[in-house]
Design a protein around this ligand. Structure first.
Ligand SMILES: [Zn+2]
Ligand SMILES: [Zn+2]
Length: 157
């Protein structure tokens, strides 16, 4: 697979270790797999399938986050759906994050807005566009105004 990332059986073993440590006596039987298709999430818990998938794309960049992601998905696997109060208190107990880092890749850098309708457009480079919602052709009245740098959204967990 990848020299720097653990194999599936090592992920399974790490997961079983976490179950024993944080949910002793509870049956939490999930398989842990890598996914090379997951590009918006660091990890996902398929609760009904009994499968946890970890994003290769994310963890190739943040291999130090594997344990963090596994703990997060374990909380879901143990029956806490969503990220409400109960999840946050479990996250504190297990020592993991509620939100992941931004997904690696080429992010949008800039946010523009139409002065007339307020439509926001995100771009990777500086552009000179007019709003397509207000006018189909270039129209300086609807020239998009630069609002500032785009905030990067966290990956899902
Ligand atoms: Zn507009
Ligand atoms: Zn989650």
């Amino acid at each position: 697979m990848n020299a720097t990332l653990p194999e599936h059986h090592e992920l399974d073993a790490a997961f079983r270790g976490l179950v024993a440590e944080y949910y002793p006596g509870k049956t939490v039987e999930f398989r842990v797999e890598w996914s090379d298709r997951m590009t918006r999430s660091a990890g996902l818990c398929y609760y009904r399938k009994g499968v946890i998938r970890l994003s290769l794309k994310y963890h190739r960049v943040f291999p130090q986050e594997i344990l963090n992601t596994l703990k997060h998905e374990l909380i879901h696997a143990a029956g806490v759906l969503g990220h409400g109060r109960r999840f946050r208190s479990e996250a504190r107990r297990l020592g993991c994050d509620v939100k992941a880092r931004p997904m690696p890749g080429r992010p949008y850098k800039w946010v523009y807005a139409c002065p007339a309708c307020g439509l926001e457009v995100k771009t990777r480079r500086r552009v000179d566009y007019s709003c397509g919602q207000c006018s189909r052709r270039w129209n300086p009245r609807y020239r998009l105004l630069l609002k500032g740098p785009a905030a990067r959204a966290a990956a899902n967990l």
